[in-house]
Design a protein around this ligand. Structure first.
Ligand code: SF4
Ligand code: SF4
Length: 649
């Protein structure tokens, strides 16, 4: 493969190098399979294909010719809205099933039924327990944790009322959700109802379908995902700023390289502990290695970066490349975003692909099932399996040099602390800097990678650079965060190099990068919490929809991204997607999602394929919100001496 061809697939040198190597090794990658899929089905791309019953599959002609209705009479708008609703339900289910697993482990830990986990952040335990209305007093930590675990677990199966965590949203937002009839009752209930409504012959009114998609998505963002994040912080510690490295160059030739890939920290936390065990290190030496290098891919990478500073090997489209390096002894996977091709790629090298979750087996992979009640023991077996594979390298190894420094670990508590200090932790400085115009607004840029939006990472990086250049501070999660970290945007020096003068000044004063890594995909709930905290701090309106803020997922591919995007929209955020959008062939439902829905929930969707143009759409939205708040004229900076200050008293 020529350098130019590799450059068309990825912007970073490490990926380019391994893409070319994989080609030389005759290994097929996602980009090759994407090309073989061309041309992709236009009906599917536009959301005009339905296969919900065996009278179909039915397609709708997007050019106005025949056919215009499915066999059952479903219109283009009904079909597209159902498709959108089911994507939301699947995304919400993925996040929430993760959240439920965490809640179960949390409860078992609190009851003392499993020994390898412990409550690490008592302060957060008390805070979250109070959010549930749990009495603290002089009660034992264990009792509080058991009650919290039971109440958290109940959120998933609630049939009536409201999920308690929605109370963390601004009051005005809660009232709006009640008025609109989209307040989620229970996480699972809304997902099940979404599946029912989109069954043949049930909900045939596109706005009504989207309305329930909103309820389902809110149950994800303010329910399932938020529960996952908060309980994980209590169990494993709330992230604090931590220095690390990112990209495929973090692997080390002389060491046993273990990569954890997937989503649930219940597994990866134990792998971190097992890989640091002196007995394991001695065993690695016995097998001829100098040590063990642990790194991560996708959101598991983000989880262990945030809490331990473990380096990140790569994002979604780099999972096959990590194996193609020829030095990855084991890729340990659990759930979500794992490519079925991994064992096939591994056939060319020596990598052991180890699936660990009962819900996620892969043909051709070895399976070592992980159970929380023997967590550390199983994690050690897995690490041992990787070490035993070290002598089996095939000699076709190549570790790219490329890696980048980054600072991760920006939980919303940390941002609060960094801005305000221990004794007066507060979002006040952020609000003040938005009000005085040094910071123009807040951008949330999240989501996946997709061969459709090649070269890899280019959409994320171009969009984020454009935002910070125009003084928009960017909050990131997921593979988008990994992409921008690789591009060097997550170190404090990036502020001086890439940010506009106002944002650069604030970043320099506080000592933070202009782009903040807030964690994994379930941690998008941290962005919701930060938005709610900014509203609560005052001076920028009384709802999230008033804030000069916008969101985006420029390289999205997963159904989880649709659920995330829709809970941001339903929370009042203007949200831009690129690449493709699942309703584009259906005019009325698309018009509603891109315009009409704003009057119902205060946020709306947009689609733009040029990431720089999309950044400017976000900036235009931020400016319109600044104008509504009366901040468009900017505030004159006044340097005050002591006499001026006394005069104010
Ligand atoms: S539900 Fe209607 S549109 Fe969908 S496949 Fe069946 S007949 Fe066709
Ligand atoms: S950002 Fe997308 S690809 Fe990456 S881990 Fe999350 S859902 Fe998967």
């Amino acid at each position: 493969m020529s350098t130019k061809e590799a450059e068309c697939r990825a912007i970073d040198k490490a990926s380019q190098e391994l893409i070319a190597k994989a080609c030389d090794d005759c290994v097929e990658l996602s980009w090759d399979r994407y090309e073989k899929q061309q041309p992709q089905c236009g009906f599917g791309l536009l959301g005009l294909c339905c296969r919900h019953c065996s009278m179909g599959p039915c397609n709708i002609n997007p050019f106005g010719g025949e056919p215009q209705f499915g066999v059952c009479g479903a219109s283009a708008d009904t079909i597209a809205a159902r498709h959108f609703g089911r994507m939301t339900a699947a995304g919400a289910a993925a996040h929430s099933d993760h959240g439920r697993g965490v809640a179960e482990t949390f409860l078992a830990t609190a009851k003392g039924e499993i020994k390898d986990y412990a409550i690490k952040d008592e302060r957060k335990l008390y805070k979250f327990a109070m959010d549930f209305g749990i009495e603290i007093g002089d009660r034992d930590v264990k009792d509080i944790a058991v009650e919290l675990g039971e109440k958290a677990l109940a959120c998933f199966g609630n049939q009536e009322g409201e999920i308690p965590t929605v109370k963390l949203a601004p009051l005005k937002r809660q009232e709006l959700w009640r008025k609109q009839g989209i307040m989620p009752r229970g996480v699972d209930r809304e997902i099940v109802e979404m599946m029912h409504r989109t069954h043949i012959g049930v909900d045939m009114e596109y706005k009504n379908i989207i309305k329930h998609a909103s309820r389902t998505a809110i149950g994800d963002g303010w329910g399932g995902s938020m529960l996952a994040t908060e309980l994980q912080d209590i169990l494993f510690g709330t992230p604090e700023p931590v220095a690390s490295r990112v990209n495929l160059g973090v692997m080390e030739e002389e060491n046993v390289n273990i990569i954890v890939h997937g989503h649930e920290p219940l597994l990866s936390e134990m792998i971190v502990a097992a890989a640091q065990d002196p007995k394991m290190l001695a065993y690695a030496e016995e097998k001829g290695a100098k040590g063990i290098t642990l790194s991560g891919i996708c959101c598991t990478a983000n989880e262990i970066l945030m809490r331990h500073g473990i380096p990140i090997a790569g994002d979604f489209l780099q999972q096959e490349l990590a194996i193609a390096s020829g030095v990855c002894e084991a890729m340990i996977v659990d759930i979500q975003c794992i490519m079925q091709s991994l064992p096939i790629v591994a056939e060319c090298y020596h990598t052991r692909v180890l699936s660990t979750n009962e819900r996620g087996k892969i043909e051709g992979a070895e399976h070592i099932e992980f159970h929380e009640d023997h967590a550390l023991e199983i994690a050690k077996d897995i690490v041992k399996a990787a070490i035993e594979n070290f002598p089996n390298r095939k000699g076709n190894a190549c570790i790219p040099k490329d890696q980048m420094d980054l600072i991760g670990g920006f939980s919303h508590e940390t941002i609060n602390y960094l801005l305000g200090g221990t004794f007066r932790a507060s979002y006040r400085p952020l609000n003040d800097n938005i009000i005085n115009g040094r910071i123009r607004g807040i951008g949330g840029v999240v989501g996946c990678n997709n061969p459709r939006t090649s070269p890899l990472d280019s959409y994320h990086v171009r969009m984020v650079k454009e935002l910070i250049k125009h003084d928009v501070i960017v909050l990131q999660t997921g593979c988008s965060a990994i992409a921008c970290a690789k591009a060097g945007l997550m170190v404090p020096e990036a502020a001086l190099k890439y940010a506009g003068p106002g944002l650069a000044e604030v970043c320099e004063t506080v000592g933070i990068p202009p782009v903040l890594h807030m964690g994994s995909c379930v941690d998008n709930s941290r962005i919701l919490m930060a938005a709610a905290a900014v509203v609560k701090e005052g001076g920028l309106g009384d709802d999230i929809s008033d804030l000069p803020a916008a969101g985006a997922a420029p390289e999205w591919m997963s159904e989880k991204a649709i659920s995330i995007g829709h809970y941001f929209v339903a929370s009042g955020v203007y949200t831009v997607f690129s690449g493709s959008f699942p309703t584009l062939g259906a005019k009325k439902v698309t018009d509603y999602l891109f315009n009409g829905i704003e009057k119902d929930v205060g946020g709306k969707w947009a689609f733009e394929n040029d990431p720089v143009e999309a950044a400017h759409m976000m900036i235009a939205h931020i400016d319109s919100k600044r104008k509504e708040l009366g901040l468009d004229k900017g505030t004159e900076r006044v340097l005050m001496d002591m006499a001026d200050r006394r005069a104010l008293d």
